[in-house]
Structures are given as C-alpha cells and as structure tokens.
Write a protein that binds this ligand. Structure first.
Ligand SMILES: *Cc1c(COP(=O)(O)O)cnc(C)c1O
Length: 374
C-alpha cells in the first residue's frame, strides 16, 4: 500500500524525467526543432520545471501565451529564446524587449508597437502569425501584403528581426488541416516575394507534429504531447510512446462503515446499496477535480479502481469501496501513468465531458506540486 509523505493531504507528482524523454522522443520522431509550450504554468505542471526539463530533452525554444509568462521564465534564469503570442490591446512591448522576449505578431498595430520597443542597439525579434482558418488571431490574408512589406522595411532599418512565420491548425479533419497548410504555404511565398525569408516557419502543434509530416517545416510547437498526453481521442499515451508526467493523488482522510440506504454527499445522488465502506478523498473542484465528473472518474485505492460516489464538492469527494479494506492515510490515485497502474487522466476528462488538456491545466494552487525524477 502506497502512502503520501507524512502530513501531506494531496499532491501532484511531476515526473520531469518523463517530460525530458517525451521531448527527446518527439524530436526524433518529427526530425524537427522543438518549441516547448509551457503556457498556463506548463499546463499545470509548473512552467519553470517543465521548461528546464524540455530544454534538457533537446527543445531549442519555449512558447507561452503572454509576455508576463515569458518574463517570469526569464526571471527564473531561463535564457533560451521565448516566444509569446497573445497580447493585450494597446500593449507596449518595452518590457518584453528589455527581457529579450520574441513576440508573435498578429496585426499591423502590433508590428508597429514591436518596432517602437526597439532601441538603437537592439532590434526586437518577432514571429509573424498568419490566419489560416482557425478564426482566432493572426494576420488576415487581405492584410498580409501590407504587414509583410512593413515588416521587411522595419527589418532593413534594424528595428525588427523577423525570426519566424507561423500559424496554428484547427485539427478538424485531415482535409481542413491540409487546406490550412496550403494557405500557410501561400503566405510563406508571399513573404518571400516581399523579402522575408525568416529562419523559422512553424505550423504544427502536437496533433499535426505527430500526424501530418508535411506540416512540420523543421520546427514544431509541442504542448500536450511533451507532458506525455495524447492529442488524439483514439490513441493513448502509450500508443504514442509517451509517458504522462503528472500524477494526482491524495491521502484518504476518513473511512466510515455505513448501512444500506445511506445517502452520500450533496443531493444524495448516490445511496449505498448494502452495508459498505465509504472513503473520503480530500480533493474537490477547487483543486480542479471537475464537479461534472460526479458519479464517474476513476480512483485507484489499494489496487482496485472505483468511481466517485455522489457529487464532487469543493474540497472533497467520497468513494464507495464496498468491503475492500481501506484505511485512513491510504493513497487514492486519481490519475497518472496507466502503465504503472494509475487511472488515465482521460477517464476524468471523459466523465467531465472535456479533454485531458483541461484536467491537468486546471489542477488548483492548493495542490502542492512535487518534482520526481526517474
Ligand atoms: C497551446 C498552443 C500550442 C500547443 O498545442 P498542443 O496541442 O498542446 O501541442 C501550440 N501553438 C499555439 C499557438 C498554442 O496556442
């Protein structure tokens, strides 16, 4: 029987060796440079440790959404190139420039703001993001001639360094992704005709990096797959040669023997069928265990797997373990590496009607992350 360290009620174990090995594996598989995506606190795994682990596995650059996330990595001592691609309206890029953050540019206004942050001895590095069908940000095809021409001019006068051109796919279907890939190729040709031939071109995130070799362009942005999770509904981590880096577990906080007919948790949506044992797990929706998974999910206790009984509350939920011997302090494992016996995070995602990305990313701040290596 596994136990948590004394005094620890709940924790997420982060296997940084798994992140390193996943990046190494994907780099080999895709034969591409890797931009390791560590936005949203490294999908809940911890941005700094995830960045360090990914760089150790051969990633050459990092990607985040916000400039603030990028600066936090710099302040933590990370000196690899970092790209940030989502900006507040009217943002000044002065601080980003001081920290040497590369900026994803989705509009003419952002291009001008980036150039304004340049100093006499320092150009600002940018990656031009083009819209290829996702319908989010990115330079619209109609605006591309003007934005590219201005980017080329600003590069010539030493204000900007255009390091990359990129876009993002919808993963709707192979045909939709191929259509977006064609639009991307057209944008690259236009850029080239206007004098822009940046060293990096990147389109593929995890899904296309693995499944659509034509989308690799020698550089891929990897998020979910480097954390060891599958971007595909029909393929597991193990199918892809990946190892999930996060495990979530808690120490059983109370055990109670109850008769038949006992209601469990708010609304009594579960009533015991016969005499049974109820185990209390101190993790709730405040910790990112989705309330929508009430009555579902999967909890491994003492070598057996049980669903949640009744509703998940803010801080806790109950498992009906029948006559299985369970004691206070026993480990309740919610998810981890299935090849080591833990439930898959996808069991929680399926129960909650969401995806593995959302489950790991929303694990809350009350859950201590503890780094483990193998
Ligand atoms: C989040 C994000 C990624 C990473 O996507 P995964 O599916 O997790 O690999 C890559 N590129 C952009 C622009 C993103 O926003």
């Amino acid at each position: 029987m596994s136990h948590l360290p004394a005094g620890v009620m709940r924790e997420a174990l982060i296997d940084t060796t798994a992140i390193t090995e996943n990046v190494r594996h994907l780099r080999r598989l895709t034969d591409s440079d890797v931009i390791a995506v560590v936005k949203a606190d490294g999908y809940g795994h911890g941005a700094v440790r995830s960045a360090v682990a990914a760089l150790a596995g051969g990633a050459s650059r990092l990607g985040v959404a916000d400039v603030a996330e990028a600066i936090a990595l710099r302040r933590a001592g990370i000196d690899a190139p970092i790209l940030a691609w989502l900006h507040a309206p009217g943002a000044s890029f002065a601080e980003a420039a001081v920290f040497g953050i590369e900026l994803g540019i989705s509009s003419f206004d952002q291009l001008v703001a980036a150039a304004a942050a340049a100093t006499a001895d320092r150009a600002v590095a940018v990656h031009l993001k083009v819209e290829t069908g996702l319908g989010r940000n990115g330079i619209a095809p109609a605006d591309a001639p003007v934005v590219f021409a201005e980017a080329a001019r600003l590069e010539r006068i030493g204000k900007l360094r255009v390091v990359g051109i990129f876009s993002h796919l919808s993963n709707t279907s192979p045909a939709d992704d191929r259509a977006a890939l064609d639009r991307f190729t057209e944008a690259l040709a236009l850029a080239s005709s206007l004098g822009l031939t940046p060293p990096l071109r990147h389109l593929a995130a995890s899904h296309a990096a693995i499944d659509l070799p034509e989308a690799r362009f020698g550089c891929v942005r990897l998020g979910i797959a480097m954390y060891g999770l599958s971007p595909f509904a029909d393929r597991t981590s193990a199918d892809l040669g990946l190892r999930p880096a996060m495990s979530l577990r808690a120490a059983v906080a109370a055990v109670r023997r109850v008769p038949a007919g006992q209601g469990v948790s708010y609304g009594y949506t579960h009533r015991t069928e016969g005499e049974t044992t109820l185990a209390l797990v101190p993790l709730g929706y405040a910790d990112g265990v989705p309330r929508a998974a009430s009555g579902g999910g999967a909890v491994r206790i003492g070598g057996e797997t049980f669903p949640v009984a009744g509703r998940i509350a803010m801080d806790q939920f109950v498992v009906d373990v029948g006559d299985h011997p369970v004691a206070v302090g026993d480990e309740a494992m919610l998810f981890g590496d299935p090849t080591l016996g833990a439930p898959a995070v996808e069991e929680w995602a399926d129960s909650a009607g969401t995806i593995n990305y959302e489950i790991v990313t929303r694990i809350g701040p009350r859950v201590a992350r503890r780094e483990v290596t193998r």
